[in-house]
Ligand binder design. Structure first.
Ligand SMILES: [Zn+2]
Ligand SMILES: [Zn+2]
Length: 277
């Protein structure tokens, strides 16, 4: 009997959508809009995304963005598809250079094996990440996790997902770790085990956003510690934004020193040159 009612509710939702009667509120601009998919179909698509992700084929994020963003904001928050450094994701100064290694990676290649991110840390994506990180808008986590789904389609399947951890004092102060919320969203959408114990941050440091490039490096060096359980694993290491790469470098080095066989760096946004935090 329950099945009949849920089937009827699903059909009704589908017709509401077709007639433009269903209304969602865009999580970015907060205006109401008619979603392209009723909730049931969106959930079915999420299951499909999870199934095809296991075959390392292209993953569709439509189920996550269509129901949460109005068409205008979906366009503003579309993934970055331009040229980038293949090791750290930094767009070249001259776009005609294509996917060439940046100067920093030529001088000192980063310790992770591959990098995956959704977009550049500017405009709408920067605003939405600032709300998520500093204003406690955690309802954005599924949307941002959906953004990462498309990005990670280029990566080999991992054994575990880990977030760049915060020192317990910082965690107490903010109340949540934005990187962990993103890793949790990715874990829910893909089913890859999420580990909160693989990597810890026993050494406190200053807020990276307030420091210059050199200070960022020394601020996080030796901050992280890997668990013995990390040995032999392939890990996706998740953070919200990569700016200089100092935090991701220090965290990756700690995991590799702990016996992890491979680390891939996964984050939402890459800071292009000269963008404030
Ligand atoms: Zn909108
Ligand atoms: Zn680079």
């Amino acid at each position: 009997m329950t099945g009949i009612f849920s089937n009827l509710a699903f059909r009704l939702a589908r017709w509401q959508n077709r007639l433009g009667l269903a209304q969602n509120r865009c999580v970015h601009c907060l205006r109401p809009f008619s979603p392209l998919l009723p909730a049931g179909e969106a959930q079915a698509s999420q299951g499909h995304a999870r199934a095809i992700a296991n075959t390392s084929t292209k993953i569709s994020t439509a189920a996550f963005t269509d129901n949460q963003l109005c068409p205008s904001c979906a366009a503003l928050l579309a993934p970055y598809t331009g040229p980038r450094c293949p090791r750290c994701g930094l767009p070249p100064t001259n776009p005609h250079e294509g996917n060439v290694l940046c100067g920093a990676c030529l001088q000192s290649p980063p310790p992770w094996s591959a990098v995956a991110f959704h977009g550049l840390y500017q405009n709408a994506l920067r605003h939405i990440l600032l709300r998520f990180k500093f204003d406690g808008h955690l309802y954005l986590a599924p949307l941002l996790g959906g953004f990462m789904l498309d990005a990670v389609a280029c990566l080999p399947w991992p054994d575990a997902i880990a977030a760049v951890p915060q020192h317990p004092d910082h965690l107490r102060h903010r109340g949540y770790n934005q990187a962990h919320e993103l890793a949790k969203a990715l874990h829910k959408q893909l089913g890859v085990p999420l580990s909160t114990q693989l990597l810890t941050r026993p050494v406190p440091g200053k807020e990276q956003a307030r420091l210059g490039a050199k200070a960022r490096h020394s601020n996080v060096q030796h901050s992280f510690c890997a668990s013995p359980a990390a040995k032999g694993l392939h890990v996706w290491l998740v953070d919200d934004v990569m700016t200089t790469g100092s935090t991701m470098t220090a965290a990756t080095k700690a995991l590799l020193a702990g016996g992890v066989t491979r680390v891939d760096a996964v984050f939402i946004a890459r800071t292009p040159r000269n963008t404030p935090n």
